[in-house]
Write a protein that binds this ligand. Sequence first.
Ligand code: FAD
Length: 376
Amino acid sequence: MNSKKYDLAVVGAGIVGLGHAWLAARSGLSVVVLDRDPRCVGASIRNFGFITVTGQRDGDTWRRARRSRDLWEEVAQLAQIPICHEGLTLVAQRPEALALLEAFKDTHMGKDCTLLTQDAIAKTCSVVRTESCMGGMYSPHELRVESRDAIPQIASWLAESLGVDFLYNCEVLDFALPQIQTSIETVQAERIVLCPGTELNGVAKRYLQDYQLSLTQLQMLRVKPPANFKLSSAVMSDLSFVRYAGYTGLGCHHDLLQRLESETPESLAAGIHLIVVQSEDGSLVVGDSHHPATPFEPYAIEAVDRLILKHLEETLLLTHYDVTHRWTGRYPVGPADKDALILAPANDVRVVSVTSGTGASTAFALAEEVMQSWGI
Ligand SMILES: Cc1cc2nc3c(=O)[nH]c(=O)nc-3n(C[C@H](O)[C@H](O)[C@H](O)COP(=O)(O)OP(=O)(O)OC[C@H]3O[C@@H](n4cnc5c(N)ncnc54)[C@H](O)[C@@H]3O)c2cc1C
């Protein structure tokens, strides 16, 4: 048994766990992070690294995204994580999409956004294919980091600068505080926060089983464009406006949905919406699709990748590129109107599950709420 007794044990070294470790350690708590894998290989390194505000569900999720975005800026500076680009260009390819963006602009969430004409889009983001675009909107809030680098960088910085201990290859099997039984040793802590991501059957099952969670599987690609191809911000297009709750919540997306159903039913069926972000080496991360994940179907579907690339080519002036990486990722989903769960089954226990594809954008604010609930 490890003789050290920590103030807080964090289960899971994904972005949600790291957020809790950061905010607890900077308040002076001794913290240990326990992860069953040799390093974080889950959703937190498979995503776009796209910290999205505009388009998030109005209410808690939008508020958390605004707050997390500021905390990301802080942590990026402290842990020397490059911000690859800022902002989001929303490209409206159909009149119905433009009408939706105009309605969004009139809400409190659209206050800092700017509606763009076709010409203005060409100036804001010169690689957008303007002949297939009616106009759009620019949101200034978004940040983009390279998740596969940023996550290990945050973990190293937490260890080196704030003295957080990390135990990898260490599955948490059960606990009766202060004892935490793991696959390698017993760890002691005053409090515990479970951030298990897609693991719905392990130590957190007893808390999560009433929430009817299931897993969604996504497909993603990295492509290498020509050397001079430069994206000035993240880019999204029409399919996103019928998926993101910040737009669908306005209740005026039905005309767009109807048109997409007749023009591109196979993309809607595969849950595709186009997001494109760029990395420091010039490569583009492109996605994604959404399918119910079944435990025995780990395979990506080539036809879905082809559809994602078709939308990429329709949206950006990009005809020559090489696909360099393809991968899948998963996240839990639950009741349609809940993007995250913070459970407090006991005074010293918290369970945090992001039940939507918003964890990179909201994790730090969720962690802040947990700390506040403990008076930390
Ligand atoms: C393809 C894809 C694209 C996405 N794009 C975006 C995006 O653009 N913007 C955005 O905001 N969000 C996005 N998301 C969602 C976001 O990535 C997730 O919401 C977020 O990463 C969840 O973080 P997490 O820490 O809860 O989970 P994870 O990253 O899955 O981490 C959970 C960790 O817990 C560990 N663990 C579980 N059980 C135990 C146990 N018993 N003992 C020890 N360790 C355990 C696992 O090993 C894992 O490392 C995307 C997700 C995917 C899959």
